[in-house]
Design a protein around this ligand. Structure first.
Ligand SMILES: NC(=O)c1ccc[n+]([C@@H]2O[C@H](COP(=O)([O-])OP(=O)(O)OC[C@H]3O[C@@H](n4cnc5c(N)ncnc54)[C@H](O)[C@@H]3O)[C@@H](O)[C@H]2O)c1
Length: 290
């Protein structure tokens, strides 16, 4: 796995594993099946990532999944105590920072450069739904929604993306990005903008072998969802929407995110993958009843 020089790489697949990108001249012919190390398509051995929001919820699961697949992580989070717990448990370096500010993201980039030099990508799970009826919704609410759900995507593109050598960047959107709703008027528009931002970054970085994607979760049993203390009736109603008849487990969205980091996802860029237990495929006409 020490092969980095594209000109001398004897086994293209090993070059691909190192950076999720193959030398262009070797892509003009189909790779013989015998040259592909299929057993390593889903591995991240030796790769280095930054996880924004590594201290809990989906970010903690992403961190543990990357480490489980042989990768290394620098974890960043605004919650020092939570981050220290995860960092101690998986043995990763960490940095306390607010990812929605330019100064916070610069701190993260400096830590990544000091720890790894270059990275194979970053995963940005930051985001939050902010509930308020549209009648009470103000410009300040709109600004807050766009800062909370997009500020980190913008700042990370400025200071973390240049550190990515080949590899993969993943943001977390939401299925709400393609639907209208009554409770959080700015969350869906901000997440929809995030999905187009992913396309902009994919266009910008594709030619140097950097892929950029998002996942769009349905409802997951994350700590925040559980802490909201919903009624049994509400929880049942939420669980009845996905075709699988249950809410998602956080490790199931983390697994989709980490798949996008692996060589197995080497030809996926500029897109958003829904992970929602089939909720978006439910009958939309009402013919199946409520
Ligand atoms: N949980 C769901 O059902 C669901 C559904 C759709 C979309 N999402 C999206 O998934 C993402 C993660 O959701 P979650 O429930 O795991 O979130 P979470 O609230 O558990 O946050 C994950 C981590 O991010 C950290 N964090 C929050 N703000 C930060 C900041 N400004 N700087 C640095 N760290 C910060 C938190 O401290 C926490 O450790 C969000 O973008 C959310 O919009 C979640």
């Amino acid at each position: 796995m020490a092969v980095r020089d594209e000109k001398t790489c004897p086994w293209p697949f090993m070059c691909m594993l190192e950076g999720n990108a193959m030398p262009r001249e070797q892509l003009t012919r189909p790779l013989p099946a015998t040259e592909v190390d299929h057993a390593r398509l889903f591995r991240l051995d030796g790769n280095k990532y930054v996880v924004l929001g590594a201290g809990g919820g989906i970010g903690e699961h992403v961190t543990r999944t990357i480490v489980g697949l042989g990768g290394r992580v620098l974890g960043a989070d605004i919650d020092a105590e939570a981050l220290a717990g995860v960092a101690g448990s998986v043995g990763m370096p960490s940095v306390v920072a607010d990812a929605t500010t330019e100064s916070g993201m610069k701190l993260v980039a400096e830590a990544a450069r000091a720890e790894f030099g270059t990275i194979n990508g970053y995963i940005d799970v930051i985001g939050q739904m902010h509930r308020r009826g549209i009648a009470e919704y103000s410009l300040a609410d709109w600004d807050l929604d766009f800062r909370t759900n997009l500020g980190h995507a913008f700042f990370s593109a400025l200071v973390l993306a240049p550190l990515v050598e080949h590899g993969s960047i993943v943001h977390v959107s939401s299925v709400v990005a393609s639907r209208g709703g009554l409770t959080a008027p700015g969350y869906g528009p901000a997440k929809a903008a995030l999905q187009v931002w992913v396309k902009q970054l994919a266009a910008e970085h594709g030619s140097r072998g950097v892929r950029v994607n998002a996942v769009a979760p349905g409802l997951f049993l994350s700590p925040r969802y559980v802490a909201a203390g919903r009624s049994t009736a509400d929880s049942r109603a939420h669980a009845s929407r996905p075709l699988l008849g249950r809410l998602g487990q956080p490790h199931e969205i983390a697994a989709a995110i980490v798949f996008l980091l692996t060589p197995a996802a080497g030809y996926i860029t500029g897109t958003t993958i829904p992970v929602e237990g089939g909720a978006l495929s439910r009958d939309a006409t009402g013919i199946d009843g409520p």
